[in-house]
Design a protein around this ligand. Structure first.
Ligand code: SF4
Length: 358
């Protein structure tokens, strides 16, 4: 490869002009803020899922200042269902840094962008490449897969040496001109053609030079991360309903998979859950009713939630900002994990929220 010549950019650009995606919401009216939000939402999440969330989020938070000024609860509310909530917490924290340290304008130098919470080397490069056409290589999951297959880079995604090698290839492949279109093109190729399970090599503009395709070893690249044994965790949640159909929710600590979201009070044992019902809920029904368990898979563990339904009069005292009685008919704008929203919606449909006392 001659210095400065990308071995893949011409074919990719030609393919993208013909078959790429050109009308995604974040491609229209490109600003660093809009591109930043899209890049964060697209981490571990597919385009079709992201679009409605993106549109709602941007219409409420069109710039970093509005995002910085909003309560975290509202940010998490608009993120509810999208998962990986640390992304939303970091986005909110980064917006405050943009307000406090950059006068409300999203910074446009690599070092400043990469210093913001939740933004790594690849995301910083993508924001600057897609917003300004600045020449920065990227290596998100899709690009990593395309380059690992095209150049036949063996090794696990989590290992240092292959990652370093792939960054070098990404640098060599990023053209001197047309960076914005190239960056979009290689991301699109990974998302729509060089698919993880069944790559559509027949439609790939890189097929003639692709090492993996020539040797029929597409599925070997990139090698998966070293598997960690999955853990299973079981918890008990007390779904306490008061006379007016409110359900008691507590704000979870900021760290953890559902950090900052609101859920029914959680306990590690049924005994602890029952003690809470006895001691903290006024006039609760004596024996909680076990509801169907709810399963949720996280990256490294499976969570099994055993909900225990109780009806109570008076209920427990709520602590401002930490707990509340949530009314499904006039819901507060707070973040709630999708399985909990689904559970409350189901109870509401079954009319279990109608005023009933023990
Ligand atoms: S030829 Fe197949 S494996 Fe190679 S980059 Fe294209 S889609 Fe991926």
């Amino acid at each position: 490869m001659t210095h400065g010549e990308s071995p893949i950019a011409p074919a990719l650009l030609e393919w993208h002009a013909r078959a790429g995606r050109h009308d995604l919401p974040w491609q229209l009216h490109r600003t660093a803020h809009r591109i930043w939000v899209s890049e964060i939402m697209l981490q571990q999440t597919q385009v079709a899922t992201v679009i409605p969330y993106y549109e709602r989020f941007l219409s409420r938070f069109p710039d970093a200042l509005t995002l910085a000024g909003a309560p975290l609860d509202e940010v998490l509310h608009l993120w509810s269902g999208l998962g990986y909530y640390a992304r939303a917490r970091n986005l909110h924290c980064a917006a405050r840094r943009v307000r406090d340290e950059h006068g409300g304008e999203f910074p446009l130098t690599f070092a400043e962008v990469a210093a913001l919470p939740g933004i790594g080397r690849s995301t910083a490069g993508a924001i600057l490449a897609l917003t300004l056409g600045a020449r920065f290589p990227i290596l998100d999951g899709n690009v990593r897969r395309v380059l690992a297959r095209y150049f036949g880079v063996a090794g696990r995604t989590s290992d240092r040496a292959p990652t370093q090698r792939l960054w070098e290839f990404s640098e060599q492949c990023t053209p001197q001109a047309g960076v914005q279109r190239y960056t979009q093109a290689i991301m699109d190729l990974g998302a729509t053609v060089c698919l993880r399970r069944r790559p559509l090599c027949m439609h790939c503009p890189l097929a003639p030079g692709c090492v993996a395709r020539r040797s029929g070893r597409q599925h070997e690249f990139p090698a998966p991360r070293r598997g960690r044994a999955r853990r299973a965790r079981r918890v008990f949640m007390v779904v306490a309903l008061n006379e007016t159909g409110g359900v008691l929710l507590e704000r979870r600590p900021e760290s953890g998979a559902w950090g900052g979201l609101w859920c029914p009070p959680e306990f590690t044992t049924a005994t602890a859950a029952r003690a809470f019902v006895r001691n903290s809920l006024g006039s609760a029904s004596p024996e909680p009713q076990a509801l169907a368990e709810v399963e949720q898979a996280f990256t490294h563990f499976d969570l099994l939630i055993a909900p225990l339904l109780v009806h109570c009069t008076g209920g427990s005292a709520v602590q401002e900002g930490m707990s509340l009685w949530y009314n499904t008919r006039a819901p507060a704008r707070i973040g709630m994990p999708a399985p909990i929203s689904a559970l409350l919606a189901r109870l509401s449909e079954e009319s279990l929220f109608e005023g009933r006392c023990a």
